[in-house]
Design a protein around this ligand. Structure first.
Ligand code: ATP
Length: 591
């Protein structure tokens, strides 16, 4: 297959913002590909060569890409550098340069998908002393033979910022439509949630149809997309929703880990599917000692703890364990305890479709509790007074609230989904506004006065999972200390965008734009209807969005979340509705 076919598909995707149109463009393209080609194309559409959980990156800094663009064009360095300063997007620079090349390249060969993938893999795997030169050479060789449009997307691919706006859910829609299994769309999504590998699901579907997809099961070594909780504003509503009785657990405030055990080999994954094994060697050791079977996938929260008193410590302490160097000291200085709360697989048995209490029992039968590894504190309740007491005890123990879990027959582990089988209830819910928000930085404003030289405020967004777009919710300027303001540019480095990202819906202006990547936790006073912000706009009367009033950064950078795991439009709407009923008890919701 020629790479030009993929490049022109990207170009068509980039020119539309309608999810439906994107789906049909992709479906039409996917339908005609060989299964193995399709797998590569699906990764490439997301600016990757591998599934989400493989951390190898192509690792080319902007300057290296620019060097390849210059080498391939034989244009003056100065001219190309100036273009970059003006355009800001390396893809557009490469496209312009390719169209202005001094002479047509002799001996140029049309680019095939296979050659592109081979060179990109070479870039990914280059190591050692001459790795930079090697990476530049491999990209130059592709750019030498690329048309202007191909050059645009080759450069964007190596930066990982495609700007075509095709989110995983859109790709799944397209796959279901391309292979005639629209009615089984849910099963295709489950296979993705279970394997966290959209390319693998695509290949299976193209090769073996829906039967192949049904054969995809949880597997040790392949992280599973986590089950997530809904929220409700009162304990009465929680009990009612869960049929009058449920299991309550302490909600610990730490880092969620998914442990994959294969005999002596233990791998820990974060919520964003990163490998955390090197950050928690003590947890790895505890799991090795505690587990008595061969294989398992377990989930728990890693919480900082004072080993002398057994007291749980604030979340920030565990953030020190996410460093790259000095791990031995960090293990001693910031000890943690793992509270296990679920189990997806034990030995050959996939437990994800079994009811919650059965999973818990299976886990308890294979784990020996120690000082650094315990089960989450749990109680089955069927009365409000019991539930309220449990909640008070959770707060007294230093937890942020409780998790209420369904114990019904259908209380399966719903991979990758936020639903009412788990409901969270935190102490913040009793204040003015229920819960914090996890918002994505999409823009920034140049600081003035006391904030001269740093960003003055940030433009923050939520994610609309249905539409596959980010929408702005507020401008955030409070809660930042000097150290954080100084760190911000480094945190946002590599995510700059010359214009609003293609999958951001905004009516706001900003001095700087960013591809959605960095997630911050924010509290606010009230959610209100807004003519300027676009949050949840598809779910509200035409022309309105929601805005967060008096937003304040809590100090927590949610680096355990990807941009797509930020607060969603559906969550925001339900928070807005529950706030409306709290403010105006008895009256109907605001819309
Ligand atoms: P939050 O910011 O409220 O932790 P979240 O978006 O990270 O929310 P949710 O699914 O909404 O995730 O809330 C559940 C989270 O609470 C889990 O992701 C997990 O990290 C944490 N947690 C702590 N204790 C438990 C428990 N006993 N059972 C399940 N999850 C728990």
């Amino acid at each position: 297959m020629l790479y030009s076919e993929l490049a022109s598909t990207y170009d068509r995707l980039e020119s539309t913002s309608s999810r439906l149109e994107m789906t049909s463009i992709l479906a039409e393209f996917y339908r005609n590909l060989e299964p193995s080609e399709l797998r590569q194309v699906v990764y490439l559409t997301q600016g990757k060569l591998n599934p989400d959980y493989v951390t190898e990156k192509m690792g080319m800094a902007d300057k290296m890409i620019l060097k390849a663009v210059i080498d391939a064009s034989r244009l003056q360095d100065r001219y190309v550098n100036d273009l970059w300063m003006k355009e800001g997007d390396l893809g557009s620079v490469a496209e312009r340069v390719a169209s202005e090349r001094v002479q047509t390249n002799l001996f140029s060969q049309p680019l095939t998908l296979q050659r592109v993938v081979e060179n990109l893999r070479g870039i990914e795997s280059a190591e050692g002393r001459n790795s930079q030169t090697k990476k530049i050479r491999l990209l130059t060789s592709l750019l030498h033979d690329a048309s202007p449009l191909e050059a645009r997307y080759l450069c964007r691919t190596v930066t990982g910022r495609m700007r075509v706006g095709a989110a995983s859910m859109t790709i799944l829609d397209a796959l279901a439509s391309a292979f005639g299994v629209k009615e089984d769309r849910e099963d295709v999504e489950r296979a993705f949630n279970v394997s966290s590998d959209i390319g693998f699901v695509a290949e299976r579907l193209a090769k073996d149809g829906i039967e192949g997809v049904h054969g995809i099961e949880v597997q040790v070594g392949r992280p599973v997309r986590s089950m997530l909780a809904e929220r409700l504003p009162s304990m009465e509503e929680i009990l009612e929703k869960l049929g009058g009785g449920c299991a309550l657990e302490y909600k610990y405030d730490g880092i969620r880990v998914q442990a994959h055990i294969d005999n002596d080999k233990v791998t820990l994954y974060s919520r964003r599917l990163e490998d955390l094994t090197a950050n928690f060697p003590d947890v790895v050791e505890s799991l090795r000692e505690a587990f008595s079977g061969q294989e398992a996938i377990l989930e728990g929260e890693c919480v900082p703890v004072d080993l002398k008193t057994g007291k749980l410590l604030p979340f920030q302490e565990v953030a020190h364990r996410r460093r790259k160097f000095g791990m031995e000291e960090a293990v001693k200085e910031y000890p943690v305890r793992l509270f296990l709360f679920d189990c997806l697989k034990i030995d050959s048995e996939d437990l994800t479709l079994r009811p919650f209490l059965e999973r818990r029992k299976a886990m308890e039968s294979k784990i020996k509790v120690t000082d650094s590894l315990m089960f989450s504190h749990m109680q089955v309740v069927d009365e409000l007074s019991q539930a309220e007491l449990f909640f008070e005890n959770a707060l007294a123990a230093g937890c942020e609230g409780i998790m209420a879990k369904s114990i019904a027959e259908g209380s399966i582990y719903r991979t990758g989904n936020r639903g009412f089988l788990w409901i969270k209830y935190k102490k913040d819910y009793r204040g003015d506004l229920n819960d914090s928000f996890d918002l994505v930085v999409v823009g920034a404003y140049t600081g003035k006065g006391k904030r001269k030289g740093v960003y003055g405020a940030l433009l923050m967004a939520i994610y609309d999972t249905e539409a596959g777009v980010f929408q702005t919710l507020c401008k955030l300027g409070s809660g930042f200390d000097d150290a954080f303001l100084a760190e911000l540019p480094g945190m946002l480095e590599g995510h700059q965008s010359p214009s609003p990202p293609s999958h951001l819906r905004t009516r706001m202006e900003a001095d700087h734009w960013f591809e959605p990547a960095v997630v911050l936790e924010v509290m606010g006073a009230e959610i209100s209807l807004s003519p300027t912000h676009t949050a949840a706009e598809g779910l509200l009367p035409e022309g309105s969005g929601l805005a967060l009033r008096f937003p304040r950064f809590t100090g927590k950078v949610r680096d355990d979340k990807t941009a797509e795991q930020a607060t969603t439009a559906n969550e925001l709407i339900s928070m807005y509705r529950s706030q409306a009923t709290m403010v105006d008890e008895g009256s109907s919701a605001k819309f």
